[in-house]
Ligand binder design. Structure first.
Ligand code: MLT
Ligand code: MN
Ligand code: ZN
Length: 309
C-alpha cells in the first residue's frame, strides 16, 4: 500500500444537479441534448479513503444511490450486506447534503454521523432525518467540536480532519436562516500525516475569512465553492430573485471573487472548483469562462474525479 489517501468526487454539482429536473436554461437544455462540451453532474458529495475500501463520506446527496452505482469502490462486497461508507460527515444541513441519509436506512448497524451541534439540531427538528432514521438503521451522532480538536477514524489510520467554522447560511428551512451561527457551515482540512499533504474542502463559502484564507494557504489542494460565476447569475437568467451571496455562495468572477483569491495562491497549489450550479457557464468545457479558469490553473471537478494526496 502507498502512503497516499484518496479523495473521490461523487457529485460535483450544487443542489438540483446538472441538468436540474425542471430547468431549461441553456446549460441544462444543452446537456440534456448531449451537446459536446457539457457533462452531467450529480449533487454535491465527496468521499475520502486510505485503503479505497472504507470511506468517509462527506454529505449524503439525494443522488447517493446513483453515485454508489457509478463508483464500485464504495461497494467492496466483503459480505452479503456491505458498504464502503464507514462514517458520514456533514458540511451543513442543506437538502442537497443530507437527504441521501434516508437512502442509507437499510444498513445493518447505526450510521456513524459527524456534524456540528447546529447541523445536528437542524436535522433533528426542522427536517427530522435523524429521528426518522431511528425507526430504521438508527444513527450514532457525534457532535463535531470546532475548537481545533482534530477528528480521527481508525480506518483512515494516520490521517485526520480539521474542521473550520465558515461564514455562510443555514438552509432555508432552518429557524436560523436569517441569524446564522458559527457551525451552520463548516470547511475541512484533510491531513495525510504520512505525506504531510493537506486538502481543504469547502463546497459552500460566502466569504474568504482570515481563517479560511489561512487554511487555503496551508493546503496543497483546495476544493472550494464553485456554485456561481457571477453574483447575479440566477437573477439575470430570471430564475430567482436571489444573489449568490444571499444563498451563502461567493461568485468566482469580479472583484473579491473566488478567482481573485485562487490566483493569489502559489502556483504549486492544486485549485479545484466543486458544488457547481447548473447555471454556471464554467460547465462548458469550450467556453470563455472555462478558458479563463484554465489560464489561472483552476480545474472544474466532475463526478468520478479522484485526487490522491
Ligand atoms: C445551496 O448550497 O445553496 C444549495 O445547493 C441549496 C439546495 O440544495 O437547495
Ligand atoms: Mn448546496
Ligand atoms: Zn439549468
Amino acid at each position: 500500500m502507498t502512503d497516499l489517501t484518496y479523495l473521490r468526487v461523487l457529485g460535483a454539482s450544487a443542489g438540483g444537479g446538472f441538468p436540474q429536473w425542471n430547468c431549461n436554461c441553456a446549460n441544462c437544455r444543452g446537456v440534456r441534448a448531449n451537446q459536446p462540451g457539457l457533462t452531467p453532474r450529480t449533487q454535491s458529495s465527496v468521499a475520502w479513503s486510505r485503503n479505497r475500501q472504507d470511506w468517509l463520506l462527506f454529505n449524503a446527496s439525494p443522488d447517493i444511490l446513483t453515485q454508489l452505482r457509478a463508483q464500485p469502490a464504495l461497494q467492496p462486497a466483503r459480505s452479503l450486506r456491505d458498504t464502503g461508507i464507514a462514517a458520514v460527515v456533514l458540511m451543513d444541513a442543506q437538502i442537497d447534503h443530507v437527504t441521501g441519509l434516508l437512502m442509507l436506512r437499510e444498513r445493518g448497524t447505526p450510521l456513524p454521523l459527524h456534524a456540528t451541534p447546529e447541523v445536528l439540531g437542524d436535522i433533528g427538528s426542522g427536517f427530522p432525518i435523524t429521528s426518522i432514521l431511528g425507526h430504521y438503521c438508527g444513527v450514532q451522532t457525534h457532535p463535531l467540536p470546532l475548537d481545533g480538536t482534530p477528528a480521527r477514524w481508525n480506518f483512515l489510520e494516520t490521517a485526520h480532519m480539521d474542521p473550520l467554522a465558515l461564514s455562510s447560511k443555514p438552509p432555508p428551512y432552518s429557524p436560523y436562516r436569517h441569524a446564522p451561527r458559527p457551525g451552520d457551515n463548516i470547511g475541512v482540512t484533510l491531513v495525510n500525516e504520512r505525506t504531510g499533504r493537506r486538502l481543504f474542502y469547502a463546497p459552500g463559502l460566502a466569504e474568504i475569512s482570515p481563517a479560511v484564507w489561512q487554511a487555503m494557504q496551508a493546503a496543497d489542494v483546495v476544493l472550494v465553492d464553485g456554485t456561481f460565476w457571477t453574483d447575479d447569475e440566477m437573477i439575470r437568467l430570471e430564475l430567482s430573485k436571489k444573489r449568490g451571496l444571499d444563498m451563502g455562495h461567493l461568485p468566482q468572477s469580479g472583484p473579491g471573487g473566488m478567482l481573485e483569491h485562487l490566483k493569489r495562491l502559489p502556483s504549486t497549489t492544486r485549485k479545484v472548483l466543486i458544488h457547481i450550479n447548473n447555471t454556471n457557464p464554467i460547465l462548458r468545457d469550450d467556453g470563455p469562462e472555462r478558458a479563463e479558469l484554465t489560464a489561472a490553473g483552476v480545474e472544474v471537478s466532475f463526478d468520478g474525479m479522484e485526487i490522491a494526496f
